[in-house]
Design a protein around this ligand. Sequence first.
Ligand code: PLP
Length: 421
Amino acid sequence: MQPTLFDSLYTQAQQLDKHDRLAATRELFALPKDMIYLDGNSLGPVTYIAKQRAVEVVEKQWQPDLIKSWNQHQWIDLPRLVGAKIAPLIGADPSEVIACDSISVNLYKLLHVALSIQHESSPSRYKIITQIGNFPTDGYIAQGVVAHHNQALELVYAEETDIIAALDEDVAVLMLTHVNYKTGLMLDMAEITAKAHAVGVIVIWDLAHTTGVIPIDCQAWDVDFAVGCGYKYLNGGPGAPAFVYAARRYHTQLFQPLTGWMGHANPFAFDQDYQAGEGMQSFLCGTPSVISMSVLDASLDVFEPIDMQDVRYKSVQLTQFCLLCMEASDLLVELPCISPSDGQIRGSQLAFTHSQAYAICQALIAKGIVADFRAPNVLRLGFAPLYVSYQDIVTSVRTLSAIMSEKIYLDDDYQVRHAVT
Ligand SMILES: *Cc1c(COP(=O)(O)O)cnc(C)c1O
């Protein structure tokens, strides 16, 4: 029975792959043979152009041209140039995005900016709202900001499915992650932003699991501020710089607290006193990590000819097809799915729960299917439409099915926890 089931799913997958408009983009990625990578939402794989750029920046720029490279190879302009390449992916103007630092650091800056803008016009607002189950760093940063305001502020965690109800005249800032890192639930960015604005609340969006896989429109949706990740769906490499978006209407009010020299109006004047640079430049703090930023710059070229609507279409199809395979092979009974069943409110991932989720994940990895585990009990599969095929899904589910039916995950080797999960 089982072989026939997977054989027929495989035939179906071959048809879907044949009609996949993005099938050719897989060739741009240097993926290991015999590995199916379902973890591009944690760390995207390297593209051939990014690899080439890494060598080039070291051998053809840093090595021969040394410090002259800052001008000669436009190193100094990279944060702005990379930001401009990210802008179309989020519906922003190139002048509204800059690449720098990490999401955590950028959230710190944005919280201060948003709070100070609110303080000018509505000083009595004291609440920061975020969602229950948000990625921990987002909450940690907000907790730090509250602590440094001598508790004059309050951080409130609200139910993700009922954010609007938490908004009132006491709320200064709403800080939300668009796609939940664990469940993949996608919030309605346009609607929540509009409802927040109606009660005078400024919204900061975390686009970590959005940028490069879900098209959004910051300008049309009147989005105030956002941050996003360079190393997930943008494939910029481990620790790649993150980015910040700020709507142009705020560009004269961007008083961020990390007033380092790269954000100064004229860093090379070496003035004694800080004077913020114009617009997005003021989000810079210290020297950009040029090698990393160059690699991200190159990896973004993959998106240049791509229509994000095609990416979203395939993403929804991939997750739907995976659910179909899981259902057909009876796996959903043992591994219940906690991601939304409606593709329209689901990001590009699926989360399944099991008390042995960690060991199951290790067993999958040992068989060449790279997924990840999120504490305490989630097996998370990420579907990056630029290189994951429908056939990959059948192979993965078939492998998972064998691991479950033969209880391979109980093997001692799969029970040992590593530092990074
Ligand atoms: C991955 C991720 C981050 C990462 O933050 P860094 O500071 O860039 O390491 C932040 N928020 C969310 C929602 C994430 O998924």
